[in-house]
Design a protein around this ligand. Structure first.
Ligand code: TYM
Length: 343
């Protein structure tokens, strides 16, 4: 079977990058794959989170999933900390992975900055927990934005080293697949016009939850006025829109806005340029703002409605966690046998 797993951190406002690079792409996969979508609260606490804010953000991500069209009856939707096997497998992976692998992660280097002695140990081990998220379900495909590519390569390295270190035990327990492997090699799904949405203020910086400028991102809970205002004020060069995608090279802001338009309308960038090539920003920005509001307003409206009733969201997460745990425990039980932990 083809199984999809992906996760989103509840660590601040969800933004357009999270939506276009990840959440929106989760929805159609429900028709073709078994799908598991997780609010990764244990990843969020690798940097300090106020407990109340963490609860709120966890429900917000769950509400965004549902409002965007993820059906908790078809997909498993849950928060990571309710399934203890994630932490348990992550520990085994902490002992398989090498510190050097973790030190090479660009996201760790970015987050730790020059002060890497004084960040949490969890921040360094972050990719090991992420590999556990994915491999606990033996997921074959992981839809993510471009910034997660290196973490997914590390997931494959961890799977390969586990398979290799424990090859004899995997065979002895009769737990190998055709090729003898226990964990599969997971494929990233990083495709489409929105794998890397950039800041609205600076086309060379990624749109991110941690950017101090609120003008740099469109939040999923922004109202129509805020969305329109942010798009109107977005930084651009003065030239008009080109007719061909190749001509977007060297124009990061233009490329970004065309990519956002394409992703919001399920078209490709060339298609968008066929319509808007030769036009100025005075035409394109209002059209983009109108499109963004028409897509995002129903989602934020539904999110607000769901967030009015936290008990119902919590019940969805609890039910999803029960289904996740059943799969996770099967894998974890096999891992304990392979590693030599007595039950
Ligand atoms: P997180 O919470 O930072 O982001 C969630 C998803 O949004 C994507 N994304 C973007 N896509 C396009 N443009 C952007 N500017 C942008 N910013 C964020 C991310 O690529 C991601 O897909 N480590 C992960 C969470 C995670 C996970 C997992 C993902 C934990 N375990 C297992 C997949 C599988 C993270 O921090 O995502």
């Amino acid at each position: 079977t083809q199984r999809v797993f992906s996760g989103i951190q509840p660590s601040g406002d969800l933004h357009l990058g999270n939506y276009l690079g990840a959440i929106r792409r989760f929805v159609p996969l429900q028709d073709t794959h078994e799908t598991i979508y997780c609010v990764v609260d244990m990843h969020a606490v690798t940097v300090w989170q106020e407990p109340d804010a963490l609860r709120r953000a966890t429900r917000e991500v769950a509400a965004a999933f549902i409002a965007a069209g993820i059906d908790p009856a078809r997909s498993i939707v849950f928060n990571q900390s309710q399934v203890g096997q994630h932490a348990e497998l992550a520990w085994v992976f902490n002992c398989v992975a090498r510190i050097g692998w973790m030190n090479r992660m660009t996201q760790f280097k970015d987050k730790a900055g020059r002060n890497s002695e004084n960040v949490s140990l969890g921040l360094l081990a972050y990719p090991s927990l992420m590999a556990a998220d994915i491999l606990l379900y033996k997921a074959t495909h992981v839809p993510v934005g471009d910034d997660q590519k290196q973490h997914l390569e590390l997931t494959r390295d961890i799977a390969a080293k586990f398979n290799n270190d424990y090859a004899a035990a995997i065979a002895a327990e009769g737990l190998g697949a055709m090729d003898g492997a226990f964990f599969p090699m997971t494929d990233p799904l990083i495709a489409g016009p929105a794998t890397r949405i950039m800041s609205l203020r600076d086309g060379t910086k990624k749109m991110s939850k941690s950017d101090p400028s609120d003008q740099s991102r469109i939040s999923l809970l922004d109202d129509a006025d805020a969305i329109a205002r942010k798009i109107k004020r977005a930084t651009t060069d003065p030239a008009e829109l080109p007719h061909a995608v190749e001509e977007l090279a060297g124009r990061p802001e233009a490329d970004n806005l065309v990519g956002i338009y394409a992703a919001l309308s399920d078209r490709d960038k060339q298609d968008v340029l066929a319509e808007f090539g030769g036009q100025g920003w005075g035409v394109f920005k209002p059209a983009l703002a109108e499109l963004a509001v028409s897509v995002l307003a129903p989602i934020s409206g539904e999110m607000r409605r769901l967030l009015d009733d936290p008990a119902t969201i919590d019940a969805v997460l609890r039910e999803g966690a029960g289904r996740a745990r059943a799969i996770a425990e099967t894998t974890m039980d096999e891992v304990r046998r392979i590693v030599g932990f007595i039950r």
